[in-house]
Design a protein around this ligand. Structure first.
Ligand code: GLN
Length: 486
């Protein structure tokens, strides 16, 4: 096995035992990028020299003292988190030249562990999309089949992990953007509880829904990254001050005593039969291994998409007002007056999907329409929260598909935004309720495309998610499957 193919936990052992150096490991990842990136197109910014400098510094730490678990590990970061001195575009032309003067809290935390930042990876513009086709800098290709999408909006994160172009990555999830690309690229993705991980320095899309989380090669790596990034941050007013457990240690507890709920609304019309089969197989395997299962109902699931596509654009229309050509990035040179400069900057700087969301959101919030749209959507959101409360009173973890189908062909749904929005039906409810949810590889379609299974748990119960995910990973034994990339 090549170094770039290994997991964080394996590499940590090798680094700590000085079998390999962080510089060697970083070189292996950089060589891999050079080889495969022309086909994958996951990176928007690569910082080879800085990465090697960081690796050298990590090697020093590794020899001098007991190093933190992520010391010397090369990461790719979704281009929506501020990285001091490293360009951060949010996949948008409007931030083409934006270099943040500070680090997001998650980046600060990884830096403190001695992590190596290889670069910033592709995403749908401002995290709006489900295919990573809405990026101003081109579309990344699914490493399992280059003609297919990677999923979105953290497509570059998922693709770079699957392709071995980094060891692990950070993504963000507002309506499924970690889990869905994770599922399509055959990697593990976790959206933590709202408030578990600081959003400071994450360019905001929909502030009541956004959460940062890991995309990794296996469940142990996911637990290790979660340990590193979560915890209270006074710089994020929605961050929750609550003790942080050792998520990796939780994995040891296994499936013992877990009750798994199967929500019937997640297996309805429109679900691809191969996805259904793979998810049902996962449930059978968990049952055989001793987990108890129960059929449950989340009756308001069907309102999730409609509520989300009011709430998220409403918040986005307000969050994106700051990109006016004055303070950050791109400014149109064409306007004659200040107002014209604003308007031309935004017309030329934002892509179509972002404009669509700003228009929907502004409309939904405009006076006279608030009751009909935003208020109704918020009421639906409350009903979804209540649904979850009831089922989590009787089960620990819910199991379902992540996405209704495996990754589709690039371009297949580009001109049909509604069909794209419907692809989020199974991931959105967790964001509306703020609960943690993850995606774990569970099989392949007959065409060889990965399929993921989704797990959801009650607030702050990431440990339960990881226990079931870790258990399933062992039972299925597919965490080490790699795309051939021919
Ligand atoms: N696909 C969803 C959207 O386009 C979710 C995106 C996300 O989670 N960032 O809004």
């Amino acid at each position: 096995m090549k170094l770039y193919e290994l997991t964080i936990h394996k590499l940590q052992e090798m680094l700590a035992g000085r079998e390999i150096s962080a510089v060697e490991l970083t070189r292996s990842v950089l060589d891999r990028i050079e080889q495969t990136e022309p086909k994958v197109n996951a990176y928007l910014t690569l910082e080879t020299d800085k990465a090697l400098e960081q690796a050298e510094a990590a090697d020093k730490k590794l020899t001098e003292k007991q190093a933190a678990p992520l010391c010397g590990i090369p990461f790719a970061i979704k281009d929506v988190m501020c990285t001091k001195g490293m360009r951060t575009t949010a996949g948008s032309k409007i931030l083409e030249s934006f270099v943040p003067p500070y680090d997001a809290t998650v980046i600060e935390k990884l830096r403190a562990e001695g992590a190596v930042f290889v670069g910033k990876v592709s995403m749908d513009e401002f995290a709006m999309g489900s295919a990573n086709e809405n990026c101003a800098y081109g579309v990344p290709h699914n490493p399992w089949n280059f003609d297919h999408i990677c999923g979105g909006s953290s497509g570059g994160s998922a693709a770079s992990v699957a392709a071995g172009e980094c060891i692990a990555s950070l993504g963000s999830d507002t309506g499924g953007s970690i889990r869905q690309p994770g599922s399509h690229c055959g990697v593990v993705g976790l959206k933590p509880t709202y408030g578990r991980v600081s959003r400071f320095g994450l360019l905001a899309f929909a502030s009541s829904l956004d959460q940062i989380g890991p995309l990794t090669k296996d469940v142990t790596d996911c637990a290790m990254m979660l340990n590193a990034i979560c915890g209270y941050d006074p710089k994020d007013s929605t961050s929750v001050d609550r003790p942080v457990p050792d998520h990796r240690a939780a994995l040891e507890e296994g499936l013992e005593g877990m009750t798994i709920g199967i929500p019937k609304e997640y297996f309805g019309a429109g679900l691809d039969p191969e996805v259904k089969k793979a998810v049902l197989n996962s449930i059978t395997r968990l049952k055989e291994a001793g987990a108890e299962t129960r059929d449950v109902s989340l009756p308001h699931t069907e309102y999730g998409v409609a509520a989300y596509y009011i709430i998220a654009p409403a918040e986005a229309s307000s969050n994106l007002a700051r990109y006016d050509g004055v303070r950050y990035g791109f400014r149109s040179q064409e306007g004659e007056s200040l107002l014209e400069m604003y308007s031309k900057t935004r017309s030329q700087g934002f892509g179509d999907e972002v404009k669509r969301r700003i228009i929907i959101g502004t409309y939904a919030l405009s006076s006279g329409y608030y009751d009909a749209y935003y208020k109704k959507a918020s009421q639906a959101r409350t009903l979804i929260v209540e649904d979850y409360k009831k089922v989590f009173a009787e089960c620990d973890v819910l199991i379902s598909p992540v996405a209704p189908s495996p990754a589709w062909r690039i371009g297949e749904k580009t001109h049909d935004p509604l069909s794209m929005y419907l692809m989020d039906a199974l991931t959105i409810p967790a964001n509306l309720a703020g609960i943690p949810a993850m995606s774990v590889p569970c099989g392949f379609s007959t065409d060889g495309l990965p399929i993921g299974v989704q797990m959801q748990a009650s607030h702050f119960e990431e440990e339960k998610l990881l226990r079931v995910a870790g258990g399933l990973e062992k039972l299925l034994g597919i965490a080490s499957a790699k795309p051939s990339m021919d």
